[in-house]
Ligand binder design. Structure first.
Ligand code: GUN
Length: 376
């Protein structure tokens, strides 16, 4: 998998690049809509392509392994064929979902045993079987199996966990490198930096991860409840060490402001459930700030959802109508709001990319950070 840097900002560490995958090129910085169970919730593949030009989507090993299961996915010829998404797919390893979604779990050197949140059945994820599972899903980018430490986290726990994540990484790499793709196209493995909010652990982890010399690298264990300033400090420590010429993916981040600040720190790829999850609750991100569409003030506001946006649903539907749909828990409300928010996130990273290329990123970012936090 090839990554080419096209421009670097002079006022920050922001970069614009292109990541070439077997399912198409990704222009970075990029936001990846989350399609946990093989679907971006409430958004059809056709809309992802036509309306918002999504360039890559995410899937979750944990969910897909439990349902529909590996048999079905293998018989289908992989997730791309199963869900008819022909662009690149990245799968998270389950190294986050087993901790956030399952109550009963045991973390051992061998791996993690957990009970399914669907039917309570017992399962074991190991670094090896999680690589095999992601090969079967057919992801273009496969994530290493890691432990995402909670926040706050004692130093001694974070250190022990990090050492185990590094040992797991070696097992992931050995398994990945000794197995072949099942569907005839290239897959690649990204390792994940951990280390909680401890600078020395993050430095050590970034050095270990860099030494594996993979096609791209990820940063995990952030946006788990720590103050934004701590997140930025950890990103900065890590991006100073990770290879300059490889894509850097910050997992599970974040708000529009978090994304801009982390682009400025040298991050190229992001994912987060926020645009879709918050959409379903009526929170809309716009170029002028945040709207809670359930608010009384939009009751008889018949202006377009977002006049500045070139998204069809933003133009043809009014705030009052979307408010009504969301308040009535109509399915169409979730569809329109999710499409709107994803369109905004993709607009934001595209703007960032253009500003990096034309040399005006830093000033634009400073201005946007002030605007995007406003409540309308
Ligand atoms: N998604 C958000 N954070 C993380 C993390 O630390 N690890 C993994 N595997 N996925 C994540």
């Amino acid at each position: 998998m090839k990554f080419t840097l096209q421009a670097e900002d002079k006022g920050s560490k922001a970069r614009a690049g292109v990541l070439e995958t077997a399912h198409g090129n990704i222009q970075t910085p990029i936001f990846m809509p989350v399609g946990t169970a093989g679907t971006v919730k409430a958004v059809h593949q056709h809309e992802l392509v036509q309306d918002i030009q999504a360039q890559i989507i995410l899937g979750n090993t944990y969910h897909l392994y439990l349902r529909p299961g590996l048999d079905v996915l293998h018989k289908a010829g992989g997730l791309h064929k199963f869900n008819n998404w022909s662009g690149p797919i990245l799968t998270d390893s389950g190294g986050y979902q087993v901790y956030s979604l399952t109550e009963v779990r045991k973390i051992r050197e061998e791996g993690v045993t957990f009970r399914s949140h669907i039917d309570g059945s017992k399962h074991l994820f190991t670094p090896e079987n999680v690589m095999d599972t992601q090969r079967i899903i057919g992801a273009d980018i496969i994530m290493a199996f890691d432990e995402c430490t909670p926040y706050p986290c004692e130093y001694s726990y974070a250190r022990k966990s990090l050492d185990m994540t590094h040992r797991w990484l070696k097992r992931c790499v050995d398994q990945f490198d000794s197995t072949a793709p099942l569907y005839g196209y290239e897959q690649t493995l990204f390792p994940i930096v951990q280390g909680s909010v401890y600078k020395d652990l993050r430095e050590k982890s970034a050095e270990v991860i860099a030494s594996f010399n993979r096609d791209g690298n990820a940063i995990g264990g952030l946006s788990v409840g720590e103050p934004a300033e701590e997140m930025y400090a950890m990103t900065e420590v890590v991006t100073n060490i990770l290879p300059h010429d490889k894509p850097r993916y910050l997992m599970g981040v974040g708000t529009p402001i978090n994304i801009l600040e982390n682009i400025a720190l040298g991050i190229d790829m992001f994912d987060c459930v926020m645009p879709t999850r918050n959409a379903r609750n009526g929170m809309l991100f716009t170029q002028n700030g945040i709207i809670n569409i359930k608010n009384e003030k939009w009751k008889d506001d018949f202006s377009p959802i977002e006049a500045e946006s070139d998204l069809l649903v933003d133009q043809i539907h009014t705030k009052a109508y979307l408010r009504h749909l969301i308040r009535s828990q109509e399915i169409l409300g979730a569809q329109i709001a999710s499409l709107h928010n994803l369109h905004f996130y993709l607009w934001l990273v595209k703007q960032a990319r253009e500003k990096i290329i034309d040399g005006s990123f830093y000033d634009w970012k400073e201005k946007m950070v002030k605007v995007l936090g406003q409540r309308l």
